[in-house]
Design a binder for this molecule. Structure first.
Ligand SMILES: Nc1ncnc2c1ncn2[C@@H]1O[C@H](COP(=O)(O)OP(=O)(O)O)[C@@H](O)[C@H]1O
Ligand SMILES: [Mg+2]
Length: 291
């Protein structure tokens, strides 16, 4: 619980503290409104308060967020990807989202680092299913160009990496492939076991090219991969495997990985969170791209 509370206060300050204090009331009201029971917070809270429980007999997840706009976009993305391996949306109001619960619900993170080949195959299947018919009706979603504008702000701590990321970003955006609706945060903890299959949760919903989508998976799990003794080998293998399976240019994937690691560092600093893992990752991708 400590990481979640710290994150909320680092990002939202007093407003965050008030929201944390008010959570029991918000939950009570929603439980009455949506007929929810047996609500318990999940173990790995980070930026949102997520609870498991039941709606009548049906297993559900209730996700509460201070970022109402983000949650509305997540809802739109889940609806846009309906029937393509994502969890079903049951209801949504303000900063609350009610979704189908994946059961047993463990994530692909459980398989790191011993079952890499299997995990990459599962991730590729999830990506193919999401993008089986590319969604090009883009109303309401941001683009990766919007996201990457964050690299234009000065950031002393990043030095040369920021300059390199800007150059690569411009090169990649100027030569971009067909833009489609992407999940935008497709890492291990957002792919959950369900009924002998896998379900995708937590889309950011952003418009961009397919090679952008795999970068997030390649740099995760953030707590374990950057510090792993074989991180460079694991990452290189992933880039090659995604390239082969999804028919993408491996150099383009590696370049996006570098740009995204720098973007993630910028976002962490904006949220007053120390970006140790992202700095380490930036160094690894630097070695791959600029060798
Ligand atoms: N539909 C679901 N079924 C089962 N567990 C879920 C579901 N949605 C979320 N969770 C659990 O809650 C955690 C946080 O939810 P998530 O939507 O990923 O929030 P965040 O945006 O904070 O990452 C997930 O990593 C997972 O363990
Ligand atoms: Mg998540």
């Amino acid at each position: 619980m400590l990481l979640f509370e710290n994150n909320i206060i680092n990002i939202y300050g007093n407003v965050g503290q008030k929201w944390l204090d008010n959570l029991p009331h918000i939950i009570n009201d929603l439980a009455t409104q949506w007929h929810l029971s047996d609500l318990k917070p999940v173990e790995n809270l980070s930026y949102n308060y997520v609870l498991s429980g039941f709606q009548s007999e049906n297993p559900i997840i209730l996700k509460l967020s201070l970022d109402t706009k983000g949650l509305i976009i997540e809802t739109s993305a889940l609806k846009a990807f309906k029937g393509r391996g994502v969890v079903e949306v049951l209801d949504q109001t303000g900063g609350a989202l009610l979704i189908e619960r994946a059961i047993p619900g463990y994530s692909l993170k459980e398989f790191f680092p011993n079952r890499e080949t299997e995990v990459i195959a599962i991730a590729c299947e999830a990506i193919k299913k999401l993008h089986s018919v590319p969604i090009i009706n883009q109303n309401g979603f941001s683009t990766i160009n919007d996201w990457l504008a964050a690299l234009d702000k000065p950031c002393e701590q990043l030095g040369q990496s920021l300059i390199k990321a800007r150059t690569l970003r411009d090169e990649l955006l100027n030569t971009t492939d067909a833009p489609i609706l992407l999940h935008g945060d497709l890492h291990h903890d957002n792919i959950l076991a369900h009924d002998n299959n896998w379900k995708v949760i937590d889309p950011k919903g952003v418009i961009g090219e397919l090679s952008y989508e795999v970068g997030c998976f390649i740099r995760n799990p953030l707590d374990d991969l950057p510090s792993h003794s074989d991180s460079l080998k694991i990452i290189t293998n992933r880039i090659n495997a995604f390239s082969k399976n999804l028919n993408l240019d491996p150099d383009r994937i590696a370049k996006w990985c570098f740009v995204q690691a720098v973007l993630a560092t910028v976002w962490s600093l904006e949220d007053n969170i120390t970006p140790t893992s992202f700095k380490h990752l930036t160094d690894i991708f630097d070695e791959l791209v600029f060798k």
